[in-house]
Every structure is written in C-alpha cells, then in structure tokens.
Design a protein around this ligand. Sequence first.
Ligand code: GLY
Length: 424
Amino acid sequence: MNQSSISFPCPTARLRRHPAPRLGALAGAVLFALSGAPVSGAPEDGPDMARLITENFDFAARQYGVLLEAMEKTPDQFPRTFEEGNLLTSKLKTWTVGFFPGSLWLIREGTGDAKWDGPADRWTRRLDGLRHHTGTHDLGFILHCAYGTGLRAARGAVDGEAYRAVLLDGARALASRFNPAVGAIRSWDREMWAFPVIIDNMMNLELLCRASAAGGDPRYREIAIAHAHKTLAHHFRADGSSYHLVTYNPVSGAPELKRTWQGYGSESAWARGQAWALYGCTMMWRETRNPLYLDQAKRTAEFIVTHARLPEDKVPYWDFDAPDIPRAPRDSSAAAIMASAFIELADHVEPFFARRYAGTARRQLVSLSSPAYRSKLGENGGFLLMHGTGHHPHGIEVDQPLSYGDYYFLEALLRYRARLEKTR
Ligand code: GLY
C-alpha cells in the first residue's frame, strides 16, 4: 500500500464507539476498526469523574503552559524531572523524549483547544532525527507516543503524511534489533549481557503493529508477535508478575538469567514493570486478538489488584517487595500506566473483572488528581504529578515528577472519559 494512503490511529480513538476522525486529506483509505467490544462494568459515578477529568485538563493546560515556557529556552532538550528546585532535561536520544510532545497532544485532545497544535507539532518534529536510530529499543515509546498520538489528536492539523513516514521509518529501525534465533528484539546494547530483554519492551511493540496495519512491512507485526510470545514464555511468574530483565543466548535463544535492573531484587515485582506488562499484554490482545495475551493481562491485573501491599489509594510502592513498605516511596507513574491499561482491559473481560479493573483505574485517577499526588499550579517544575520513582536502586528520580507519569495520566483520563461516553 502506498504510504500516502494510510492512517495511524492510536488506542484512545479505537476505544470510542464512533468512527475515528479522518486523519488528513489522504488518510481515508484505511481507518482501523474500533474494538467493538461490549461495554461492561459501567463506572458507578460518571458525573463526578466527568468533572474531575475536565478539571484535570484545565489544570494540565495551565501547568504545561508553565513547563512549555521553560522548555522553549532549551529546544534541543526535553523535560525529564524536577529536582531540588531545578528542571532537569534529557537530550534527544533518551527514551523519555516522546512523552512531552505526546502530553502536549493529549492536552490538545483533552481540552479541544487548537492552540496546542503549534507547540505540539513543533516539539514532535524535533524528534524527526530519530526515525532511523537503531541504537535503542525505545523507538516505540519515543515515536509512537509523539507522532502516533499526534496523528490522532491533531485531526488533520499536521502534515499527516510526514508523521506516518516517521512512524514507518521508526518501525523499520526498531525491527532491525530483532534476532530471529532468539525470537525477540534486543533491549539494551550493554556489554554485560549477551542479549537482554526487559519487560518494558512490550510497549515498543505497538509501533510495529501499527506500522504493519498502516501499510508498512507485515514483518513488523510478525516480529512484535514473536517478541510477545517469547516474553510470555520467559518473563512471567506463576503468580502473574513479571521479571524485569531476561537475558538470552543470542545463538540458541535459550533464556540464561532472570534479573532486575530497576526493581528491588531479581525475584521482586518492580511496580512499573508490572504496569508495562499489564499495558503491553492488553495492547497485544487489542492488536492480535490472541487470547494468550488477554489471559496474561488478566493474570497480571489480578496480581496487582489482589496484592496485599497495593495501598488503599491504589498508587503502588515503587516495588511490591520493597523492604521498607509502608515507608517506601510510591511510583505515581506506575499508577498512571496501570490506570490507562486497566481502562482498556475492562472492555474485554467479564463484568465482575470489568468492574474491578475500571474501579481500580478510577481510584487511581482520583488519587492522582488529589493534592497528595497532583502538583499545585506553577510548582513541581510544571509537571502534573509528584511522587514518581524512576530508578530507585541507583537513587535516580526518587519521589519526583516523571514525564511519562504525566503522559499516561493524561492518556488514562482520556480513556476514562471515552468509557463514560460509551456507557451513557
Ligand atoms: N523503560 C524504563 C523505565 O520504565 O524506567
């Protein structure tokens, strides 16, 4: 298929019952099917949530106005966190750089205010140079969260063909990291491991699936499926939780080590890793309808929601097995990612579980919107959420805002709003 006749919609659009908006002049040839799944387990008090969501987007628009103004002074950098009164930024190749442009698009979508088109497009296009970057497995995070979200949110206000071309190039670059002998995409290029794969890498598969669906090489989707199958086989424990890191023999493809990098210990359940697993498996179910992915998503969901150390406010400690619970830092980013995934998963499970997952997401969003987690206007460096934990073992970004926490918080709010609209 000609690249000029493809569309690249993203999850929130597909959660709606109504057809996704047309995505630019040439984008009409392929509009992807909506999930079509019956809505079950309707949220109990929709009106309150509707107000809460609107209020959050009003706040986000004002707060990201602060962040945007600060960031315009360093346009070659991207916001990372706020530490001891300083806004800390990342350079172009960091895995987090897509989240700021993506959040600008989500604010555009959530507020309906076209004034965000310009800044969001400008910040997105600053990532153009990464489209052929083969040195990271995180191109899915980087490109899909910016350009993919932009394609949906901009409603034709951007050069959709240019966005789609970047996404297709990015998928090709990401696919180059696939090793057929292992059946997986290599995560890191660090020499200490022959072929490391982290659970986070499930998130990057969305770019590959979307690229094939949008007329790119069908092999991208096959690679995503192979990677997801390999992950299902070796990353998950009997209790539904996930290891962070599995290393493979690059020749035989056999698993060698099961470890952590950002969690408390090899056998612990690092909270954000569980969030990536939940989101990644739910996304792969959406993309393939293979029940194995839905089954694993439910197992991971059950691990999370029934865990004795998931706090009452449903914002997890940074690791479910942190030794100093209840004094251990929370990870608001994990809660935001989980909330977004739970809302999607709730549409695909039996009513009891739908209520359970939508209810957990609702609780997470209410918690994250409260003064306990959400910043005051003009504070927190312009970020929305406080109390994220980036890399506790290395003492990096502990109890701080995180750009991806904000992104998935906004995405979850949009998904919850779409859910409310469906159940009306
Ligand atoms: N993907 C890296 C992280 O979750 O911190």
